[in-house]
Design a protein around this ligand. Sequence first.
Ligand code: PGA
Length: 268
Amino acid sequence: MAEKQASSRPVIIAGNWKMYKTSEEAVHYVETLAPLIKKSQASVYLAVPFTAIAATAKKAKALRSRLVIGAQNMHDAEEGAFTGEIAAIMLKEAGARFVVLGHSERRTIFKETDAFINKKLKKALSEKIQPIVCVGENLEERELQKTEEVLRERIEKSLEGIPPKSFKTLVLAYEPLWAIGTGKVAHPADVEKAHLFCRNVIRENWGEVAATQVPILYGGSVKPNNAADLLKEPDVDGLLVGGGSLIAESFYEIVEVSNSVQKTKDLS
Ligand code: PGA
């Protein structure tokens, strides 16, 4: 049953560049990656800095690449006096097709709350920008065995009030904070347990169809050498890759791993 569900969901390998790369560097990266992923089964996403969205989206289009360009954050307001912020329509105009919301760096460094993330999510959905909503526990919460409690709260509050049909486009990412940028990848069995738990929270709140549809990505120190073990798990539908996405060739290795794992999943 789990395998059957897994194979019906899209596989997404998403890179999150954070505050790295100028527009020029970003375009060069796209020129390198686009031909490599031409035949890949997985959907390949890149969350680039705001200043690189327009140039990378243009380049991907010119190369007729399926590469999906997106943003790492946005504001929920239509427009207004929000110095330093960016609106959904601006992202769309630049060519962004998805947006990462509630990344732990936004939650911890910039003090974003579930309520704020919820507003952004509703705006992204109404503007038809695909949201990737991140949830995860920190080390202290993990040690206190509060992982499930935290995941439930993050999901129920960040996603509150959205209709079940939103799960046709919404993507969830499980990113344990202690694994982000630390080189400490979570154990695949623990990742599967967390993903299954998240899926069950979605089932309880939004029903069976939503739970079956929603792709759940894992993020936190993903590299080419640990990607296969993570992707083999039935409820891991893809990966959100930070540091491991900064060099096109090594990010491509992760995409390649996903293609071969998917073949074995499809056969099972
Ligand atoms: P990392 O980051 O792969 O560098 O650990 C993941 C993320 O923050 O999305």
